[in-house]
Ligand binder design. Structure first.
Ligand code: ADP
Length: 319
């Protein structure tokens, strides 16, 4: 293999730049030509492709977002779109591809593998919703962003003796809510994987109040929905002043943490090594402290679940 491509796709995540840097520099180290594809699969279809050298990724390890930009591309979900991309790939002489993104982007990578282009997926998403890996790039930074918000809300919530509901990202996966909730000492953590009951949440609030708690922080994943309705219900039942804060896209930004930079560096480099060894249809990840790779089909079939023990621990420790 002489030439590889790299793109970022789907929702952005802090650490994507560190992963691009690792791909380019490991690629150059192995004597490969590395082509940067802009705007995800859109750029692949439209030929927005140019060569990247070592200096093109200088000074980006600390930057959030992605210098290659990212996009969603409906056309790429069609056979016609994938065929267009395959033609462009041939024009640019790309023989292997690194796709940095979430599960949707991995499905795109799988479509290219099926057309004979060896592709490797690098997990870049703040949701941590991929079952085959312990952590995805961007998750740790997002936890810390949420944690910073929780700390600030705790101050004002204590002063006013209010209940604070914090809605965090995570459509189908409650990991961000769970990890940030544990780290921030949230009284209730509500995730899409486990049914919740408003009465239980109110009981926790009222019991806390009896013990002299002056604040109450509830972390809810966006996939559960209805943060405002939950707020009204709590207000009605407990009589306490309740406020909702929706953190939104702030969670996608910011300088990546050391953890995410190191993870991105290791995973980006491993993805290139796999392509260099002519191994396509793979995804890379981390299990314990080991970098692993897995078959892309197997990885996409795996069902992610919340860590129920950690959720139980959070309940015990917040009382
Ligand atoms: P993420 O990668 O963050 O999960 P999306 O689910 O939005 O983000 O997917 C990103 C892009 O991946 C889509 O816009 C599309 O171009 C491509 N993609 C998603 N699903 C498929 C699919 N089934 N086949 C081909 N490409 C897909």
């Amino acid at each position: 293999m002489n030439t590889i491509g790299v793109l970022t796709s789907g929702g952005d995540a802090p650490g994507m730049n560190a992963a691009i840097r690792a791909v380019v520099r490991m690629g150059r180290n192995l004597g490969l030509k590395v082509m940067g594809i802009r705007r995800g699969y859109n750029g692949l279809i439209n030929g927005e492709i140019s060569e990247m050298d070592r200096s093109s990724v200088a000074d980006i390890i600390q930057r959030g977002g992605t210098i290659l930009h990212t996009a969603r591309c409906e056309e790429f979900k069609t056979e016609e779109g994938v065929n267009k991309a395959v033609n462009i790939i041939k024009v640019f002489g790309i023989e292997g591809l690194v796709v940095i993104g979430g599960d949707g982007s991995f499905m795109g990578a799988r479509a290219l593998c099926e057309k004979g282009l060896p592709s490797v997926g690098v997990p870049g998403t703040i949701d941590n919703d991929l079952a085959y890996t312990d952590y995805t790039i961007g998750f740790d930074t997002a936890i810390n962003t949420v944690l910073d918000a929780i700390n600030k809300l705790r101050d004002t919530s204590t002063s006013h003796e209010r209940v604070s509901i914090v809605e965090v990202m995570g459509r189908h996966c409650g990991d961000l809510a769970l990890y940030a909730g544990i780290a921030g000492g949230g009284e209730s953590i509500i995730v899409p994987e486990v049914e919740f009951n408003v009465d239980d949440v109110c009981k926790t609030i009222l019991e806390g109040k009896l013990r002299g708690k002056h604040h109450n922080i509830i972390i809810i994943a966006e996939g559960v929905g209805h943060a405002n309705e939950l707020s009204s219900a709590i207000k009605n039942i407990t009589g306490l002043d309740t406020r909702v804060t929706i953190l939104g896209h702030i969670q996608r930004g910011g300088s990546p943490t050391a953890f995410d930079r190191i993870l991105a560096s290791r995973l980006g480099a491993r993805a290139v090594e796999l392509l260099y060894d002519e191994k396509g249809s793979r995804v890379v990840g981390v299990k314990g402290n080991d970098v692993i790779d897995a078959d892309i089909n197997e990885a996409l079939k795996m069902k992610k679940d919340i860590d129920h023990d950690l959720l139980k621990l959070a309940r015990v420790l917040s009382k």
